[in-house]
Design a protein around this ligand. Structure first.
Ligand SMILES: C[S@@+](CC[C@H](N)C(=O)[O-])C[C@H]1O[C@@H](n2cnc3c(N)ncnc32)[C@H](O)[C@@H]1O
Length: 321
């Protein structure tokens, strides 16, 4: 190192200048049980990896939910009503909305919301090209925070759309808080929501431990992102994807397990990982149909129609508010 480099070596940024991701990583890795929030999986690469997960033979939720849309979209669209503004939370590739939009009667607007901004804008542009008459208003935002919805929606009947079992990534209190906020925003309309169901743990285990290793790559994308955005030094081969069903909590847990004793630096701060220690990266809670309807009622919705496949793998709920 030259003298000049020595004197200009950057000091860690002040906390108030850190990105939300940086703060979450520094805080999560300092906790007694290390954790990282799953919303940070979704940068442009994470969104593409999630789409690849949706195509996997082991990943039953997407296939099952898509089949429910194909079979019942007309009934769902009738329940939602005509000339609605459809607001999708965590829209991803927009593929499920496309099935609904085909069945909806003169939708006034479609507002896909997603935290993965670049990916959202690309998907929205593609949809706009395919449906030039549809008013597509993408909103790059965190749906757990207060949302600034486009003004033009204030007069429309607002209907929420929340497929993909994304609600399963929230614990009970978070899910209740989210549903309460959604019920307030959608007052006078309703919400269609996809909810994964409790089932044979072997099916769940396979879905989150695919043979091709795509879910592992998705999980490790958090480390890739920290290396890129936070000048972190994670060795991807020194961590393993670790996912299992926790029956007492009724949830899949996803972790990254340290394969050896190691220190890793993030933004100039050093963190120790013991061999076998994990970073908890995601939960995916599973529900019974009645259990979810109870939660929705508690949040101020009136549960109406439910659609489920014959094997009871997945459910779609139409809730009014
Ligand atoms: C499980 S994927 C579901 C994607 C899609 N809706 C589907 O059904 O295939 C979760 C989606 O929600 C987005 N997401 C996760 N947390 C979010 C948050 N807090 N705010 C906004 N979008 C979020 C992710 O970027 C991702 O596109």
């Amino acid at each position: 190192m030259s003298n000049l480099e020595f004197f200009t070596h950057p000091s860690p940024p002040a906390p108030e200048r850190l990105s939300e991701f940086a703060r979450a990583v520094l805080e999560g890795l300092s906790a007694p049980e290390k954790r990282l929030p799953c919303k940070f999986f979704y940068d442009a690469r994470g969104s593409v990896l999630f789409d690849e997960i949706c195509e996997l033979a082991e990943y039953y939720p997407t296939r099952t939910e898509m089949a429910l849309f194909r079979a019942h979209a007309v009934e769902m669209a009738r329940a939602m009503g005509e000339e609605i503004a459809l607001i999708e939370f965590g829209a991803g590739a927009l593929s499920k909305a496309e099935l609904l939009l085909d069945a909806l009667d003169r939708p006034r607007a479609y507002v896909p919301i997603d935290i993965s901004g670049d990916y959202l804008r690309a998907m929205a542009a593609r949809l706009k090209q395919a449906r030039p008459k549809l008013n597509v208003l993408p909103l790059a935002a965190d749906f757990t925070k207060p949302l600034a919805l486009p003004q033009c929606l204030s007069q429309a009947r607002r209907v929420g759309f929340f497929p993909g079992s994304t609600i399963g990534n929230m614990d009970g209190a978070e899910a209740l808080a989210f549903l309460r906020k959604a019920a307030a925003v959608l007052k006078g309309g309703g919400m269609l929501i996809g909810v994964d169901l409790i089932k044979d743990p072997q099916i769940l285990h396979a879905a989150y431990n695919d043979a091709a290793g795509i879910t592992a790559a998705f999980n490790k994308n958090l480390l890739v992102r920290a290396n890129r955005e936070l000048d972190a030094g994670f060795d991807l081969d020194a961590f393993a994807h670790y996912a299992f069903y926790n029956p007492a909590q009724r949830r899949i847990e996803m972790h990254l397990m340290s394969l050896k004793d190691q220190d890793v630096t993030v933004l100039g701060r050093r963190f120790h990982f013991a061999q076998g220690e994990t970073v908890h990266t995601e939960n995916s809670y599973k529900y019974t149909i009645e259990g979810f309807r109870g939660l929705a009622r508690q949040a101020g919705f009136t549960p109406r129609l439910v659609w489920s496949d014959k094997d009871g793998l997945f459910s779609l709920h139409w809730l009014e508010c």
